[in-house]
Design a protein around this ligand. Structure first.
Ligand code: FAD
Length: 592
């Protein structure tokens, strides 16, 4: 059976040493957030994930969700776990105090999210979707909608969904057919079919609030004509209780490869009563509030699954004995050595670890900028932070989830054949990780977002939010001999990223096909360079502290940083070459 311990030491390192704690505490509402306050929160979050959510991860996968007459049941233990989650106030952690939230910043909520994803991704889907619905309503809902629904979402009494996908319409939301007809009372009647709706129906909460994309009768064609509606499963009574049943039904749940305890529903809206959220025909931008939040969270899903897979692979590699170490017997009194002594097994473990710790650091950097973007007093500082988050969102979503898939497969590989059979739980992580590359916009679409929308936006302004700090850092540290082994490969990768950017910008301007052809490799190159930057900064901290640390934490950081620079970062060269090759081989390909 697998096990999980929240990586609190690394999380605290990032919170207290890597990101700037003074900068976080300078933000309104964060003044008190020192270790005295945050450590107990992280400890409690870890206990909840390790002791409540993790034990029902495997059984939830075995049992899955069921449907009978439109009623969906989650697997055994989920209702009780949700009650504990809700009663502990966890849904409200990062929500607005005006609606009953605790107002904690993303920098802390993100660490909790990672723990949830490691412990039980299926479970995490339910509060995850709810938080997205909360974010969209908070930003775009009329006051009356906010007052009616937000306290319920924040307390976890009611939960939320996002309903975009239809059978004929996935990536291309311009193809939406769901209709919204205005009613005399100011509400709308929503009719249409949605598929693949996570948490679309379940038995965890007494009401479900669907945020639904639909078209008004006078909608312009394509994505410019989409509006967003709030459609509750039960219409609230004046005293805020679930009242009459609305016209929304779950017609089926999907049978799928992973996250089996997350109910993925087909929903039929039949003249359901709904209320417009935001302005008519501007639903897509309102939905993007949810989607950007959600894309960062989906990235963290890849990270969380990679972490739990790594922990179990490491424990197995220490325990399993096969063959002799190539540099002399490690356990001469045993018939064979633990496999952790074989260079190829160490390669697998370190590949996972270097990506995981690098991604966690990058996520924390982005999370802190998200906090700056929403809380800083100075508008120009807020805007700069928002640019940076916008730039990094597709990278976090796609790079992290590709990494999650690779890392969970590598974790399984460490177990040999024992990873492929169900007993050890490693194959579940692989199955659960796969979906994150697909939903919230496939990873190919993230790459197009990076190249098509973010790269050229405002004459490269978004890009400068990343390029300038990296350039300034490399220049400032170029004479630092101890740091040279990190700064040199960082500056090489950064040079490659600059070259790829210039080339894509040049070619993409005259021919969008060229930009599309290089997008995925460009995103990978960007992700690797961003990881090289955070690894160099972590190495700088570790170099200063390794001598005074009896636990070996900083020495291990440095060793992993060296592995990243030597064995993972060189892939940036291959991605540059692929970008430079251009689109001809794709355009001229022949599919017989
Ligand atoms: C388990 C699960 C849960 C989900 N949860 C939700 C949910 O809660 N709410 C919701 O609304 N949806 C949800 N979805 C739907 C999900 O977001 C979509 O499946 C996803 O956006 C892709 O759409 P599609 O499946 O129709 O693929 P398609 O859009 O048909 O894409 C097929 C392939 O073509 C590529 N492609 C498409 N267009 C382009 C283009 N212009 N350029 C380059 N490549 C392109 C894609 O990258 C992909 O590889 C869920 C799906 C699953 C499987």
């Amino acid at each position: 059976m697998p096990s999980y311990k929240a990586p609190l030491r690394d999380m605290r390192f990032l919170l207290n040493e890597f990101t700037d704690p003074a900068r976080l505490r300078s933000l309104p509402g964060c003044e008190e957030l020192g270790p005295d306050l945050v450590d107990p929160i992280l400890d409690e979050a870890a206990t909840l994930c390790e002791e409540v959510l993790f034990p029902i991860n495997r059984s939830g996968d075995e049992e899955g969700c069921t449907i009978e007459n439109g009623v969906v049941r989650t697997p055994q233990g989920f209702r009780e776990a949700w009650a504990q989650f809700r009663d502990g106030g966890w849904p409200s952690l990062a929500c607005d105090p005006d609606y009953g939230g605790q107002g904690l910043p993303k920098s802390i909520a993100l660490l909790f999210e990672e723990m949830i994803c490691s412990a039980n991704l299926s479970f995490g889907m339910y509060p995850g979707l709810s938080h997205g619905a909360y974010a969209a309503l908070l930003k775009h809902g009329a006051q009356v909608l906010r007052d009616t629904y937000l306290p319920k979402l924040v307390s976890g009494e009611w939960m939320g969904t996002m309903c975009l996908t239809e059978p004929q319409c996935g990536t291309d939301l311009g193809l939406i057919r769901t209709r919204a007809i205005p009613a005399d009372d100011g509400s709308h009647r929503i009719t249409g079919s949605k598929i693949f709706i996570s948490a679309g129906e379940h038995d965890l909460s007494e009401n479900i609030l669907h945020l639904v994309l639909a078209k008004l009768p006078d909608a312009p064609p394509g994505t410019r004509g989409i509006s967003l509606f709030l459609v509750p499963k039960f219409l609230p009574t004046p005293d805020g209780k679930p009242g009459a049943r609305n016209g929304v039904l779950c017609t089926a749940i999907e049978h799928k490869m992973g996250i089996k305890a997350s109910a993925t529903c087909a929903l039929s809206f039949e003249e359901a009563k709904g209320w417009l959220v935001g302005r008519p025909h501007k639903g897509l931008s309102a939905m993007f509030t949810m989607m950007n939040e959600a894309r960062l969270s989906v990235g963290v899903q890849g990270l969380g699954l990679a972490e739990v897979s790594y922990q179990n692979a490491l424990a197995y590699a220490r325990d399993r004995v096969q063959g002799r170490a190539l540099n002399g017997a490690a356990a001469p009194d045993q018939p064979a050595d633990p496999i952790i002594h074989h260079p190829d097994v160490r390669r697998m473990l370190l590949s996972m670890r270097a990506e995981i710790e690098g991604c966690r650091a990058l996520a924390m950097w982005v999370a802190q900028e998200q906090d700056v973007a929403t809380r800083h007093a100075d508008p120009a500082t807020r805007d700069a932070a928002e640019d940076f988050v916008a730039l990094m969102t597709p990278i976090i979503k796609a790079y992290f989830t590709d990494m999650g898939w690779d890392a969970t497969a590598t974790g399984m590989q460490v177990f040999g054949g024992h990873g492929y059979i169900r007993e050890h739980g490693m194959e579940q992580y692989v199955r659960d990780a796969r979906i994150a590359q697909l939903y919230e916009g496939t990873n190919g679409i993230q790459a197009l977002d990076l190249v098509g929308r973010k790269m050229g936006a405002h004459a490269g302004r978004y890009l400068r939010r990343f390029f300038h700090p990296v350039l300034a850092y490399v220049e400032a540290k170029s004479e630092d001999e101890r740091l040279g082994e990190f700064v040199l490969p960082l500056s090489k990768a950064f040079g490659r990223l600059q070259q790829a950017t210039a080339e894509l910008a040049r070619r993409g301007l005259s021919d969008p096909y060229e930009a599309g052809a290089g997008a995925t490799d460009y995103l990978k190159l960007f992700g690797l360079t961003a990881l090289a930057f955070v690894w160099t900064r972590m190495a700088e901290i570790a170099l200063a502290k390794e001598g005074k640390d009896p636990t070996g934490f900083y020495r291990a950081k440095l060793a992993t940083a060296r592995f990243f620079m030597a064995r993972i970062l060189p892939r940036s060269g291959a991605h540059l070459a692929a970008v430079m090759a251009g689109g001809a081989t794709l355009r001229d390909a022949i599919f017989e």
